[in-house]
Design a protein around this ligand. Structure first.
Ligand code: ADP
Length: 462
């Protein structure tokens, strides 16, 4: 009989995210009779699977990333049942985009899956992130599609690569199975709309593991936003009013948007964004109607998160200059927030870098009455952020990320992401001087390409 044990879900290491790994202690490995590299089935509300790796955490814990947590239908702190799996080779499987339809070349998808997921456990409902080239509308960066783009071949000036979420459907045999050379991979470009996935707009593939240096703040976010959406019954039983609105404040580029998206993903919530300046200008004349629509849709699709970016631009204090449109939009927003049912499963997250310039009426009870400061990261925070952003970058062995975390006092997450990107660009120019965007790069050259100290120093202009 297969031995199964109960373990408590923990967040994955930032460097493990997206790799399909479950880290458990050596004691847990012994109890399960598994070794690193074996595959385990992880069951919460649903079943998922991952490759075992060693952790130095407690023996009752299992560290899995946001994708596996979602597949298993669990959150951090939940208990899962874990057992050794004996996967067979899949005969066939289908991949479908989540949320929106995406047209891709079926052969490329199949090649990519065979290459990247060879030997990895797949199952019905497994979420995977694939790099997709998207056409850039505005600013073009000729080298954007280079890193992470392992399947699209040549690179072109009008495309950039972004990771999109896909799901495995229709796998045969319908169990945990690995991809083998004979596995037939089909691609279906119509959007997958599962019963339990967010209906309509979702927050994309951002998870807690993609946010660095905000451990304490993320705990607050989880308590204020994730728990009430995930376990409304507990709040009801205890008679606690869950918040309707949470204000995230701090300098630009520190991760406020990331947090809103990650928490929405964690509870599989419907997610919609309102940009403060846009609601005034883009929908001029229809701003109130647009707001009403957004709230209505969110209530219909609860659990839902509405994210209002730069809320200060629509809701400045009364004494500061405020036009007629702003006045009406604020009044509408207040009315909509007051109209939200307290247990209606909709939470509004607003972000600002000017908390003191917001209309105080918005910060009263029942509106944005919880606040979390999202500050500039310290050295450890910068280290975590650099680790996240170099996760998919081929670093040369001489690169010491700790040194750059030390040198970047005052840098926020967005600045650090840019440093990594500039270093990668420098590597590209160094290795391929005078290259045209349409030039083909040989596979060997691509494989040997790394980002080294010189590139980081150049990015930091030291
Ligand atoms: P804000 O909403 O606070 O202005 P964002 O969340 O939009 O900032 O961050 C912009 C980008 O900067 C992110 O997409 C990410 O690449 C990077 N970034 C910012 N903060 C962090 C962080 N704490 N950890 C990792 N990356 C970050």
């Amino acid at each position: 009989m297969v031995q199964s044990i109960q373990l408590i879900v923990q967040e994955a290491d930032r460097t493990d995210a997206g790799k399909g790994i479950a880290r458990i202690s050596s004691e847990a490995m012994t109890r399960l009779s598994v070794e690193p590299g074996d595959i385990v089935k992880i069951t919460g509300k649903k079943a998922s699977a991952a490759v075992v790796a060693l952790s130095n955490q407690g023996s009752n814990n299992i560290s899995i990333d946001g994708y596996i947590r979602r597949d298993a239908g669990v959150g951090i702190g939940d208990t899962v049942s874990v057992e050794k799996a004996a996967p067979t080779t899949a005969n066939r499987l289908t991949i479908q985009p989540v949320g929106e339809s995406i047209k891709l070349d079926g052969k490329q998808v199949s090649d990519f899956i065979h290459q990247r997921y060879a030997g990895a456990p797949l199952y019905n409902g497994k979420t995977i992130a694939l790099p997709v080239q998207v056409q850039q509308q505005q600013k073009q960066d000729p080298f954007e599609s280079f890193f992470g783009n392992s399947w699209a071949g040549s690179f072109s000036s009008s495309f950039s690569t972004q990771y999109y979420e896909f799901i495995v459907t229709d796998i045969a045999p319908d169990d945990i199975a690995v991809v083998g050379s004979d596995t037939k991979v089909n691609y279906k470009d119509s959007a997958y709309k599962g019963e339990d996935g967010p209906k309509g707009k979702s927050a994309g593939n951002i998870h807690y593991e993609d946010i660095g240096g905000l451990g304490r703040e993320l705990n607050q976010v989880r308590e204020m936003i994730e728990y009430p959406l995930r376990h409304p019954e507990v709040f009801e039983k205890l008679g606690i009013e869950p918040p309707k609105g949470v204000l995230l404040y701090g300098p630009p580029g520190t991760g406020k948007t990331l947090i809103a998206r990650a928490v929405a993903n964690e509870v599989n919530a419907y997610f919609d964004t309102i940009s403060g300046p846009e609601i005034i200008s883009k929908y001029y004349g229809d701003s109130e109607e647009k707001l009403r629509e957004i709230f209505e849709k969110a209530e219909e699709n609860a659990p839902a998160i509405i994210f209002i970016d730069e809320i200060d631009s629509i809701a400045p204090k009364r004494e500061e200059s405020k036009g007629e449109v702003e006045r009406r939009v604020v009044a509408q927003l207040l009315a909509l927030m007051d109209g939200l049912k307290s247990r209606g499963g909709v939470i509004v997250i607003a972000a600002t870098n000017l908390p003191d310039s917001i209309d105080p009426a918005l910060r009263r009870g029942g509106r944005f009455d919880r606040e979390i400061e999202i500050g500039v990261p310290d050295k450890e925070g910068r280290m975590e952020i650099l680790q996240i952003h170099t996760r998919n970058v081929p670093l040369a062995s001489d690169v010491d990320i700790g040194k750059y975390a030390n040198m970047t006092n005052g840098f926020v997450g967005a600045d650090l992401a840019l440093v990594v990107k500039e270093a990668a660009m420098h590597a590209l120019r160094r290795e391929f001087p005078g290259m045209n965007p349409d030039d083909e790069i040989s596979k060997e050259k691509l494989e040997s390409l790394t980002v080294n100290v010189e590139d980081f120093d150049a990015a930091l202009k030291v």
